[in-house]
Design a binder for this molecule. Structure first.
Ligand SMILES: [Fe+2]
Length: 165
C-alpha cells in the first residue's frame, strides 16, 4: 500500500467534498425523476446529464487522493427529502446546493492549499465548475422569473434545457 502524503484532517476535507459530489449525483437523479413526473422532459434529460458529470467530479477527487497515496472510504448518502413540484423549485434546489459547494471549495482552497499547494491546483477545476453551475442556475432562475406562471414560457425553457443536456 502507498504511503499517504496528506494528513488525516486534510483527507477529512476531501471526504466532505466527496460526499458533496456524490450527494449531487443523488440530487440530480432525484430532480430528473421529479421533473419526469410533471412532464418537463427537457429538465429531466438535463438533470440526468448533470448527475453523470457529478460522478466524474467524485472520481477526480479519488484519483487525486490516490496520486498522493491516500485512500478513503465511501460516505453514506442521504436522499433529498424535498420533492420539487415545479421547474423553479428544482432549479432553486440545484442553485442552493451548487452555491453551498462553491463556498465549501473556497474555504478548502484557502485552508488546505496553504499546506499543500497541489490542492490549490486541483481545486481550480472545482472552483470554475461551481462558479459556472451557480451562474447557470442563476441565469435559468432569472429567465423563469420573466415568464412567471406562463406554461408556454416554462415549456420553452424546458426545451432549452433539453438542448443543453
Ligand atoms: Fe460537482
Amino acid at each position: 500500500m502507498k504511503q499517504g502524503l496528506l494528513d488525516q484532517s486534510c483527507v477529512a476535507t476531501f471526504d466532505k467534498a466527496i460526499k458533496y459530489e456524490l450527494g449531487h449525483f443523488y440530487l440530480y437523479t432525484h430532480l430528473a425523476n421529479a421533473m419526469q413526473t410533471i412532464g418537463y422532459f427537457g429538465a429531466q434529460e438535463y438533470f440526468l446529464a448533470e448527475s453523470k458529470e457529478e460522478v466524474q467530479h467524485y472520481q477526480k477527487h479519488i484519483d487525486f487522493l490516490n496520486d498522493l497515496g491516500n485512500f478513503t472510504t465511501l460516505p453514506t448518502l442521504v436522499p433529498e427529502k424535498v420533492i420539487p413540484k415545479t421547474l423553479e423549485q428544482a432549479l432553486k434546489l440545484a442553485y442552493d446546493n451548487e452555491l453551498d459547494l462553491l463556498e465549501y471549495y473556497r474555504t478548502m482552497y484557502n485552508e488546505e492549499g496553504k499546506e499543500y499547494p497541489e490542492i490549490s491546483e486541483h481545486l481550480m477545476f472545482y472552483l470554475k465548475t461551481q462558479r459556472e453551475a451557480v451562474g447557470f442556475y442563476g441565469d435559468m432562475l432569472a429567465r423563469l422569473s420573466l415568464v412567471k406562471d406562463d406554461s408556454c414560457g416554462i415549456l420553452l425553457i424546458d426545451k432549452e434545457l433539453k438542448k443543453l443536456a
